[in-house]
Design a protein around this ligand. Sequence first.
Ligand code: FPP
Length: 239
Amino acid sequence: MARDPAVPRHVAIVMDGNGRWAKKRFLPRFFGHKAGVDALVKVINACADRGVEYLTVFAFSSENWKRPEDEVSGLMGLVIVAVTKYLAKLARDGVRITIVGDRSTVSERLRAAWAEAEDSTQHNHRITLSVAFNYGGRWDVVQACQQALAAGLKPEQITEAALSGFMAMRHAPDPDLFIRTGGEVRISNFLLWQVAYSELVFTDCLWPDFGVAELDAALADYAGRDRRFGRVDSGSGPA
Ligand code: FPP
């Protein structure tokens, strides 16, 4: 079946606002992140139902280590809890899970949880969920250059296409639609290389409150955009 060009193939999301969501309820920030995982599971399935093939979410940035120690360890622990609670369901739902980011500085327990999530879903193809964890867009560009040099590429061989092949997101096309919840209007070092021509949607909705209605509003916004990729005429994208 032909793809509907009005539906983005790849959606990337900065899931911001968990802390404020919890604060509004007089709860510790951790509860906001916990509610954020529940919101994410719903959004994964809604995206797949609408024909989105890749969903990439920012779960922990290279800069998030600067948060209070208990919040950092809470987020690490939440991954283990989320994998235990939701992995079987996501696997059944046809979700392929991949992790992008620097694994060298996370605990052995976390690496094992990620490996289990990746291994048990590797043959699924309804939608690919990439979880950016200990990830930064600048880190990715640097590690791609390091890999290219280690592979023996000469300066003239360092092209955009060659470098893309060493990026952590090399398994996916560039995001068509970039969504940030929580009211801030910035990229925050997420997928810097890949968002060059993404359509950007910012919403005040706090991430745990982001559901099917908010997703559909963002998709409708995207469907009305005129994607030109630097050209004067209309591109092949929506509208
Ligand atoms: C930003 O909200 C959110 C994060 C730093 C973490 C997002 C993580 C999750 C939703 C959990 C994902 C876990 C898995 C296993 C995929 P914030 O804390 O900056 O909120 P604030 O701006 O209101 O303070």
